[in-house]
Design a protein around this ligand. Structure first.
Ligand code: ATP
Length: 611
């Protein structure tokens, strides 16, 4: 392999007669300046049956000239050509004609493996490093499997181990990729690694897919048990908000996340919400004020007091009168109604029926805590819970700094898929303010983000800019590719490859490494609960239905199509299931179509029989 053509301090071409090049592989140039490490960014093959000028824009004339000068027979031989980029800029342009060789593992170890497996997250393998695998130290071998078209494959490339400790310096991870690109799978692998390291993590899971109980078929023999490391908690069922603990600020956030608040509504909460209010005391106060406002004046309320049928009613109207006098001027009727409507909506969603103690306790134990609920509920709840736990961690760290006493709260990672729903670009949302705060200041307190989205273009740009490590899966949409190009250090050659990446292959652009690594995510040890193909599911359900019906009618066969009434009565008596005649015929026809029963033509119509 030799350097060809006109070279620069960063880029040059290399040719070979017998070795094909692979994108992203590392090579060493034995230059006069010393050995220089470079990465293949483009690879091409020429052979004499293909006219060279087809590739005119790839290899310029100087390359072809120097190939000839170096003894390559351009017209007769197959020639492999690669464009290489140096990992570190050289002092002088690389010498044309220099020899190029495959590196030894020791030469590039520091570029690829910056951390021990015990201290990092083993996310996958660095692609095209199989030639180095044999030389690699044992501690980096046999750590994982990848899942390829032909099934599970043992590791035979260098592992990609994400340095966890470097998050302190380069916090926050972004995971981008279109539908079906392997983004959720990648997130799952990341979470499995965090569980193994017992890093407290809170996951917002709007798809109910982050469950780690099931093992995929390909790992039945090497099952890893994550039970005891994660907890799924549904908002309104297992966790919620203890109303009595809310401050006016918390409550405004919650109500605003439920449906945006006007300035007047914010004011209503400030004026009417009292410290230690319960849901009932607060909502009763709002209700009483609106009822008073519906009367419209103190005189009319006074009339109500005088006409009251009993003492209770009288007292209730007296309370309303006091509220009216105190608050009518500052709290417009429509705004009070608006707050009441939002409050009841949250109540009906069950948010106030539980508290958030479990989340805090599990995080303190180093669990992965998965908060499940619809996107809307999670938008509301995450605002509350993230504010709450982030500030607990902050208070602890600040107190430590001031040498004051404070309850311990551990560092933690916040993970969410569909992050653009929680931190949208272009408009404010309550969950966005807390995510923005964490993205900008979380590092100081040991609170980190891992945000995944199909649409990086729709994610708040201040937050995107803070994501120091980005995992970029297949992306087809041009606007998203543009955003990725702006926000990462991927090269234009890599950007061009984005729409064609295989599912599970990923560019990892990391501020720690200072360049982009091409990797494949390892096979996950667990499987999402939604992985069954919907068409298999339909078939399975149908089979189950057919089997059940077969059991019901098998001892009633033969059945005459014109005399179904007796069969229906019998089924009703034995099974407590009622069919109409049409339903029964339909079901029998189905069984006949699927060759489970026979059908004979008789003078009295069809007769369904055993096979
Ligand atoms: N690294 C991988 N190795 C093997 N198979 C993978 C890998 N990543 C993903 N897959 C397979 O590809 C399919 C799609 O992946 P995944 O669900 O992660 O896509 P996605 O990008 O999250 O899409 P969406 O955003 O629509 O959820 C999955 O069924 C998964 O089994």
């Amino acid at each position: 392999m030799k350097v060809l053509g006109i070279t620069t301090q960063q880029e040059f071409y290399v040719g070979s007669k017998d070795r094909n090049f692979r994108i992203n592989e590392f090579l060493v140039v034995e230059d006069k300046q010393g050995d220089l490490i470079a990465e293949v960014v483009e690879a091409q093959t020429f052979n004499r049956y293909i006219p060279l000028n087809v590739y005119g824009d790839f290899v310029d004339a100087s390359v072809i000239e120097s190939m000839k000068a170096l003894g390559y027979d351009v017209d007769e031989e197959t020639i492999y050509i690669a464009k290489l980029r140096l990992l570190e800029e050289a002092l002088y342009p690389v010498e044309t004609g220099s020899d190029v060789r495959i590196p030894k593992f020791s030469e590039i170890k520091n570029l690829m493996l910056r951390t021990k497996k015990e201290e990092g997250l083993v996310l996958g393998v660095i692609r095209n490093t199989d030639s180095l695998y044999d030389e690699c130290e044992d501690e980096f071998k046999d750590l994982l499997y990848t899942f390829e078209e032909r099934g599970l494959v043992k590791q035979r490339e260098i592992p990609f181990i994400m340095d966890l400790k470097s998050m302190h310096q380069y916090p926050h991870i972004g995971v981008f990729g279109g539908s079906g690109s392997g983004k959720s799978f990648g997130l799952r692998v990341l979470l499995e690694e965090l569980m193994q390291k017992e890093i407290p993590t809170i996951v917002l899971d709007p798809h109910y897919e982050m469950d780690f109980s099931d093992c995929p078929d390909y790992f039945k023999d090497e099952k890893r048990d994550f039970n005891g490391s994660f907890k799924c908690l549904q908002v309104g069922v297992h966790v919620g908000v203890k109303f009595e603990d809310l401050t006016a600020g918390d409550l405004k956030n919650l109500l605003d996340a439920s449906s945006p608040l006007s300035d007047a509504m914010n004011n209503v909460v400030d004026v009417l919400f009292k410290n230690k209010d319960s849901y009932l005391s607060f909502s009763n106060r709002l209700q009483a004020l609106t009822e008073a406002q519906e009367e419209g004046s103190v005189q009319r309320i006074q009339q109500r007091i005088e006409n009251a049928k009993n003492n209770d009613e009288k007292e209730a109207w007296e309370v309303r009168k006091d509220l009216f006098i105190q608050y009518d001027k500052t709290c417009p009727y429509n705004s009070v109604k608006g707050i009441l409507w939002r409050l009841r909506r949250l109540y009906n969603e069950g948010i106030f029926s539980k508290d958030s103690r479990d989340i805090e306790n599990y995080l303190k134990e180093g669990f992965l805590v998965i908060i499940q609920g619809s996107t809307r509920i999670l938008q509301v709840y995450s605002t509350y819970i993230l504010n709450n736990i982030y500030h607990k961690r902050r208070e602890y760290k600040d107190a430590q700094y001031k040498k004051a006493a404070a309850d311990y709260f551990p560092p933690f990672i916040v993970v969410t898929d569909e992050a653009h729903n929680f931190a949208p670009k272009g408009y404010e949302s309550p969950s966005k303010s807390i995510l923005k705060e964490i993205s900008q200041e979380g590092r100081k307190y040991g609170v980190f983000l891992a945000l995944a989205t199909q649409r990086p273009t729709l994610l708040d740009e201040t937050i995107t800019a803070q994501l120091n490590t980005k995992l970029i899966f297949r992306t087809v949409r041009a606007s998203d590719i543009d955003t990725i190009k702006e926000e990462t250090d991927i090269t234009s050659e890599e950007a061009k490859r984005l729409p064609y990446l295989r599912t599970g292959d990923v560019f990892i652009s990391s501020a720690v490494v200072g360049r982009t690594i091409f990797a494949r995510i390892r096979a996950a040890y667990t499987i999402s609960p939604h992985t069954q193909n919907p068409f298999d599911e339909l078939k399975q359900k149908k089979n189950e239905g057919d089997e059940k019906f077969m059991r019901i009618i098998s001892d009633k066969l033969p059945i005459l199509g014109t005399d179904l009434l007796n069969t229906i009565i019998e089924i009703e008596r034995d099974e407590k299931i009622t069919f109409t005649q049409d339903e029964l015929i339909q079901k029998l026809e189905n069984l006949y179509k699927n060759n489970l029963i026979g059908r004979e033509n008789t003078p009295f119509g069809y007769m369904y029989t055993k096979l």
